[in-house]
Design a protein around this ligand. Structure first.
Ligand code: ATP
Length: 213
């Protein structure tokens, strides 16, 4: 799958941003296998960009194309299909069902479009050190435990492109490395592109492309 962005700018940013940014106002193209690190200090629009690419918000000028199709012209059905099979996301806002356990949250997601067997949830939880918390209610888990669940949740579906907005913000260095390792392992299985927006350059992410937002 090919993702193209052309002359993008949030409605609430000054045109001036186009001259200072390597993303806003530029023409870029991403496709399977690309590992893209977007370095974005606070306020440069990391969350805005991630939301635009997933069609959660449309307050921008410019164009976003998936395989040549303009995201703004996609129907609800097109978007559902895109998110189900092609684009997965790790948001800062975790959106877990609070009254469900971590395992229930993950199993609900897995069953929507099974890519892995249920055992893989346990394996991934073990790899990230939260297997002993799988039966705890999401609302009783720490941010770090919830964030690791959200990472696993994103890896349970098929995808060509994985969007990540500060995916390891609640994890220490050792757990961040494990999480990025698992994300890369799953991305390689699918030959997917990973678009990783972070405050600073992540030394443990083997970026093939680096942009400053
Ligand atoms: N809907 C909106 N209307 C007006 N301004 C907005 C809107 N959404 C975001 N902004 C502003 O745009 C800027 C970028 O916001 P955004 O959340 O995309 O940044 P960010 O780089 O992800 O920041 P952080 O690292 O602090 O999460 C901020 O100054 C924010 O206040």
């Amino acid at each position: 799958m090919k993702l193209e962005v052309k002359d993008l700018l949030p409605d609430y940013f000054e045109q001036e941003r186009k001259t200072t940014s390597e993303i806003w106002g530029k023409e870029l193209s991403f496709s399977n296998g690309d590992l893209v690190n977007i370095v974005a200090p606070s306020g440069t629009g990391k969350t805005s960009l991630t939301h635009f690419l997933y069609k959660m918000r449309e307050s921008y000028t410019g164009t976003i194309l998936y395989d040549g199709k303009n995201l703004k012209n996609c129907s609800k059905e097109d978007i559902a299909a895109l998110r189900k099979d092609h684009v997965s996301i790790i948001l800062q806002d975790m959106r877990l069902f609070e009254e469900q356990t971590l395992l229930e949250n993950l199993e609900i997601k897995r069953q929507l479009n099974p890519y892995h067997p249920q055992e893989r949830i346990i394996e991934m939880a073990r790899a990230l050190g939260i297997d002993h918390r799988l039966n705890a209610l999401a609302k009783n888990c720490s941010y770090g435990e919830q964030q690791r669940s959200v990472i696993i949740r994103a890896l349970l579906q098929p995808f060509d492109i994985l969007l990540m907005d500060e995916p390891v913000s609640h994890l220490d260095d050792s757990n961040s490395r494990k999480a990025i390792g698992l994300i890369l392992e799953e991305a390689f299985k699918r030959n997917a592109a990973v678009i990783f927006a972070e405050l600073e350059r992540a030394a443990y992410f083997p970026a093939t492309q680096l942009y400053h937002l």
